[in-house]
Ligand binder design. Structure first.
Ligand SMILES: NC(=O)c1ccc[n+]([C@@H]2O[C@H](COP(=O)([O-])OP(=O)(O)OC[C@H]3O[C@@H](n4cnc5c(N)ncnc54)[C@H](OP(=O)(O)O)[C@@H]3O)[C@@H](O)[C@H]2O)c1
Length: 286
C-alpha cells in the first residue's frame, strides 16, 4: 500500500506509488495555458523548486512544457532530467494501436526520453475500448517509453474493472478533489487498491476563495485561501497540481510546509462538500 497518508515535508517531497516509483507530491498544472505561458510557467515552477509538471495531449502545450524543462536543465546542469517528473495523457480512448502511436507522439512532442507518468485522460469509450487502451499503456511501460501508468476521471466501477480483468492496476487516479468536491466513494475504492489520488482543480478554480470557513482558517494561519486548500490536499495524502501563470502565485502555491492545519480545521473544511463541478464530470460514463 502507498504511504500517501504521511504528510510530505517539502516541495520536492515524494510519495510512493504501488509500482515502486515515487511522485513529487505537488505539481504544476498547465491546462488552458498558451504555449508561451506554459513554457514560462514550467520554467518558473522548476526554478521555485517544483519537480513535477502535469500536461496532456489535450492541452496542446506538450512541446512548450518540454521547452520549459530543457531551458531549466540548461540553466541548472546540477539537476538531472530524471529528477523532473513529467505527466501527459491520452486525449481519446480509441484502440490499442492508436494509443501506442499517441504515446510515441507525446514522447516526440515533449522531447523527453521517457514520460514519468502516462494517464488515460478519461474512462470514455466503454469497457472494451478502455481495456484495449490500458493494455497499450502496459505495453508502453514494458517498452520503457513511460515509467508509470495511471488513469484520470475514473469512477468506482471503472476502478473495479482492473480487478475483474486481472490486469496491473493504475498507480493513481487524477480526479477533481477539493473541499467542495470530495469524491469520497472514489477516494475509498482507490485507497482499497493502494491507488494514490491526484487532485485536479485543487483550488476549485478559485470559485470558492471567498468562502467564510476558508477565510477564517486562512486568517488564523496568515496564509492565502489557495495555500489553505493545497495544505488540506496534502494533509489528505493527495497529489495537488495547482495551475498558475503567475510567478508570484506559483511560488506561494509551493509555500506550504511551515504550517499545519489542525484536525478541527481539516474537519471544518471536509464538511463543505457540495459536489461542485468546476470543469467536466465523466466518472459515471458507461
Ligand atoms: N484530468 C482532468 O480531466 C483535468 C481537468 C482539469 C484540470 N486538470 C489538471 O489540473 C490542473 C489544475 O486544475 P485547474 O487548472 O482546473 O484549476 P486550479 O488549479 O484549481 O485553479 C486554477 C485557477 O486558480 C488561479 N490561481 C492559481 N493560484 C492562485 C493563487 N495563489 N491565488 C489566486 N488564484 C490562483 C489560476 O489563475 P492564474 O493562472 O492567473 O494564477 C487559475 O485561474 C490543470 O492545470 C491540469 O493540469 C486535469
Amino acid at each position: 500500500m502507498s504511504s500517501a497518508i504521511e504528510t510530505v515535508q517539502n516541495l520536492q517531497g515524494t510519495i510512493k506509488l504501488h509500482d515502486g516509483t515515487e511522485i513529487p507530491q505537488i505539481g504544476l498544472g498547465v491546462y488552458e495555458m498558451s504555449n508561451e505561458e506554459a513554457e514560462q510557467a514550467v520554467y518558473w515552477a522548476l526554478e521555485a523548486g517544483y519537480r513535477h509538471v502535469d500536461s496532456a495531449e489535450w492541452y496542446g502545450n506538450e512541446a512548450a512544457c518540454g521547452r520549459g524543462i530543457q531551458k531549466f536543465l540548461k540553466a541548472r546542469p546540477d539537476i538531472s532530467p530524471e529528477d523532473i517528473y513529467y505527466t501527459t495523457k491520452l486525449q481519446t480512448n480509441r484502440s490499442y494501436d492508436q494509443t501506442l502511436k499517441k504515446i510515441q507522439q507525446s514522447l516526440k512532442d515533449s522531447r523527453v526520453d521517457q514520460i514519468s507518468l502516462y494517464l488515460l485522460h478519461s474512462p470514455i469509450g466503454g469497457p472494451k475500448v478502455r481495456r484495449a487502451c490500458w493494455e497499450a499503456c502496459i505495453e508502453a511501460k514494458r517498452q520503457g517509453w513511460v515509467k508509470s501508468i495511471g488513469v484520470s476521471n475514473f469512477g468506482t466501477k471503472h476502478i473495479e474493472e482492473f480487478e475483474q480483468w486481472g490486469l496491473e492496476k493504475p498507480v493513481l487516479n487524477q480526479v477533481d478533489l477539493h473541499p467542495w468536491m470530495r469524491r469520497q466513494p472514489i477516494v475509498d475504492v482507490c485507497r482499497k487498491y493502494g491507488i494514490v489520488l491526484e487532485a485536479w482543480a485543487p483550488l476549485a478554480r478559485g470559485m470558492r476563495f471567498n468562502h467564510p470557513v476558508l477565510n477564517e482558517v486562512a486568517k488564523a494561519h496568515d496564509k492565502s485561501p489557495a495555500q489553505i486548500l493545497l495544505r488540506w490536499s496534502i494533509q489528505h495524502g493527495f497529489v495537488p497540481i495547482p495551475k498558475s501563470v503567475s510567478q508570484k502565485r506559483i511560488q506561494s502555491n509551493g509555500d506550504l510546509f511551515t504550517f499545519e492545519l489542525s484536525q478541527e480545521e481539516m474537519a471544518k473544511l471536509d464538511e463543505l462538500d457540495e459536489y461542485l463541478i468546476t470543469d467536466w464530470d465523466v466518472v459515471d460514463v458507461a
